[in-house]
Write a protein that binds this ligand. Sequence first.
Ligand SMILES: Cc1cc2nc3c(=O)[nH]c(=O)nc-3n(C[C@H](O)[C@H](O)[C@H](O)COP(=O)(O)OP(=O)(O)OC[C@H]3O[C@@H](n4cnc5c(N)ncnc54)[C@H](O)[C@@H]3O)c2cc1C
Length: 501
Amino acid sequence: MSGLCAGIQLQRELQLTTYTIFELESDVGGTWLSNTYPGCQSDAPVHIYSYSFAPNYEFSKKFVPQSEIQAYLRATAKTYNIYDKIQFQTRISSMRWHEGRNKWILHWIKSTTGEEGYHDFDVVIHAAGVLRLPNIPKEFDAFEGKKWHSARWDHSIDLTGKRVGVVGTCASGIQIVPAIADKVQSLEVYGRSASYITPQLNVTYNKAWRFLFQYAPLFYTIYRAFWYYYIDSTILLYHKLAWFSVFHRAIVYFVTWFHRFRQFPLDPEMRRKLTPNYELASRRVVLSDDFYPVLKRPNVSLHQDEIVSIKGNTIETSDGSTCELDVLILATGFDWISNFPEGYWIGRSDIDITKSWGGSPVTYYGTCVPHAPNFFLIWGPNSGVAHHTLTSIAEIQVMYTIRSLSYMMEQNIATMEVKQEAAQEFLKYADQRLERTMYTTKVLPKFTDGMGKCRGFWWGGVTEFWWCMRKVHPERFHVSKRDGVLKKPYLNGSVERFKED
Ligand SMILES: Cc1cc2nc3c(=O)[nH]c(=O)nc-3n(C[C@H](O)[C@H](O)[C@H](O)COP(=O)(O)OP(=O)(O)OC[C@H]3O[C@@H](n4cnc5c(N)ncnc54)[C@H](O)[C@@H]3O)c2cc1C
């Protein structure tokens, strides 16, 4: 999704076609190509989860299944001729800055043939995703039956009549459980800590809606803007002390409580099990209409006690109960730290950037990184959001990249590298602001760094992120001019707009 956005905007905004996208899979889609589990769907209104510059009037619902998002991404890539720009099944195994040539040297490997080689580029946009590498806790290695991670669904196995376990009751787990409950013999749901769940209240877009989206552009614009800013205002939920945030949280807390109560009015034990043991908004609040009802089925059991042992096909929990399973499904999240292994990313002066971070990422707005000239991260550390969509963040980071490139071309600049002080200043400010959010109340380990600092999230709304990123500040960068003849910029609207800013 982010890589496509970057490719399309390079073409649209800079008329730049001399770029290559490397993709290790055989198609576009990323998250939406690999997550094909039953029930997989967006948990944000799809009109704000799709690109602002590529509207789709045909979405069937407000929250759509994976297949529709994947079809949308494929169609958008085709519309903008991006397929021709992608080298599929090609993995980038390392990136190294070449000091003398002012270029990034990328080492690629074809996964089909093992063929490998090097390509050099003036600029790298790194859009390799965050929720990509499955996090599989070691303890599940001992399970001898069939098992797989939610992001690598094994469609060759029919679950009909099988005894199935699902580990995890966060975003993916609560989508999988209702989708498979009616076909399996028994379903054991393991979740150490429940999630705050509000009703999803999905809306089906019938012909009339779709007609309006397509033929009443003003209606579509207002509709999208409404969801964009309304959802952005829910960032208030994540602020610790402000009165409006406490009020907002109290309302959402009541909604989640009532959602549980409505399903289990006479079952206080079940309501207790489904009550999260952490503060509201210190993790994402998730949406589901069918997770609670499915737990009432006779073939579904919820286990909240910790898994203490796995022997053969049997799982034992700390309350002493044991269950024998045919299939174990791990909805156990993703490992974002391993996205940047040591040796993968070597910047200026041969600095291994991951190593130099010492477990605590140093970036400037999650987009630029000291020692990495001409390098832009999409969805880097401290640029994730829990309340809005990743598409919005990616579009803003891509816009920032485009403006930086416009500036470089206009000013005949060879390299732009964010200063260490600028990044440290950003982090200092980030820590102060994050301290005031619920993310630092009980931060998920995957969003903290080695020093317990929250390095996953941006602290504010998407609108604030846009505000901070709307201008490039050259004084915050080490800049070196290109020798020789002035290279004409690819003049178009972007350069003009940048000047106006
Ligand atoms: C089940 C699920 C549901 C989600 N729902 C939502 C939602 O509703 N709203 C929301 O905002 N977010 C959601 N997310 C988060 C989602 O990951 C992002 O919204 C978005 O799809 C990320 O897009 P991306 O392009 O940045 O990353 P990815 O989709 O992860 O794409 C990265 C791409 O880079 C490729 N790649 C990685 N490393 C290399 C390499 N070394 N060489 C070559 N290619 C490489 C990968 O193959 C992949 O195609 C969801 C995530 C999951 C897992």
